[in-house]
Structure formats: structure tokens, C-alpha cells
Design a binder for this molecule. Sequence first.
Ligand SMILES: Cc1cc2nc3c(=O)[nH]c(=O)nc-3n(C[C@H](O)[C@H](O)[C@H](O)COP(=O)(O)O)c2cc1C
Length: 175
Amino acid sequence: MPQGFYDEGKTMSVKTIFYSYSGITRGIAEKIQEACGGDLVEVKTVKPYSKISAYSMGCYRAMKGECDSIEPASIDVSASDIIVIGTPVWAFRATPAINGAVEALTGCGGKTAVLFATCGGMAKDTLPLLAEALAAKDVRIAGEYVFDKNDVQDRDKTDALIAAVKSAEGSDEEP
Ligand SMILES: Cc1cc2nc3c(=O)[nH]c(=O)nc-3n(C[C@H](O)[C@H](O)[C@H](O)COP(=O)(O)O)c2cc1C
């Protein structure tokens, strides 16, 4: 398993953090890790959602921008150059699990992130709002990618996301 990718004499390390309820977001996260190396961190909710609670409580919490309690409870990215964050869209927003992951980030100040979301076809403000939450933690956003249900099979679209990860420059060299 490669530890990272090589960019102008420097090995860049990537941490890909995702939540996936039914496996689609996981599939893309795995392709990123295959191409870029680094760690894959699957966020799980401490209290799992059933189909009914996902559409009721989960969507309500997503709309409100609430954070679920997650495992792992803390995600240290201080050793990573680039963070990738992937979420399904719930009620036109990021999932409460991924909101919890943003809250759980440590060592993220000055880092660069690439965001992606998977959805049925309507992501609306999912990624701009996620970007705002990350900006509040001093994370720079280098790209935002939305995959609808047709895009998830589109190799060109996944390749564009991978290229964005590879060209995102880690920006925490300054103290
Ligand atoms: C509770 C719930 C809410 C959803 N809300 C939306 C939505 O607002 N817009 C949309 O386009 N798709 C919505 N979807 C579809 C998912 O975003 C889409 O199927 C996604 O790719 C699933 O990713 P996953 O398999 O990683 O969980 C919703 C799915 C669930 C389960």
C-alpha cells in the first residue's frame, strides 16, 4: 500500500475521511486511496441509523447542521498534507456523521482539503456549507466534487477528483 504520492520531490500524504450509509461514498473513497495512498478513515455513528431513522432523525439533524457522535471520536490530521472528506447528501446537506467528523478534526489548521459528496441528484448547498465549517477550522478548500447516481460509475469524474487531490498542495509549511 503506497504511503502517499510523489510531488516534485516530496511525498504527499493524504487522509481520506468519509461516512457512507449504503456504500456509494465508500466506493469513491476507496478509489481515492488506491490512487493516492494514505489512510482511509471510515466514520461510523455511535448509534447506527435504521432506514426509518435515517430519513426521519438523520435528515432532520442534517438540515439543522447537527453533529452525530462518531467513531473514531477524534481524527488527528496533523501528519497529513491533504485531507479528503466525503459524505452522502442527506436532505440537501452533509450527513450529521460527517459534521461530527469535522468537529472531531484535530491538527487541521492550515491544511488543505478536497471535498466530495454523493447524492441521488440534488446536493444543493451540501459542499459549500461543509466548506464553511472547515474554513472555520482554518482549513483551505482546494476542490468540491458532487457525484450524482450516474456520475458514480463515471471513471472520468473520479479521475478528475483524484487529479484534484494530487494537485492540491499541502499548505501547513508555515508555522
Ligand atoms: C436519509 C437519506 C437522505 C437523502 N437525501 C438526499 C438528498 O437530499 N438529495 C439527494 O440527491 N440524495 C439524497 N439521498 C440519496 C443519497 O445521498 C445517495 O444515494 C448517496 O450516494 C448515498 O451514499 P452512501 O451509499 O455512501 O450512503 C438520501 C439518502 C438517504 C438515505
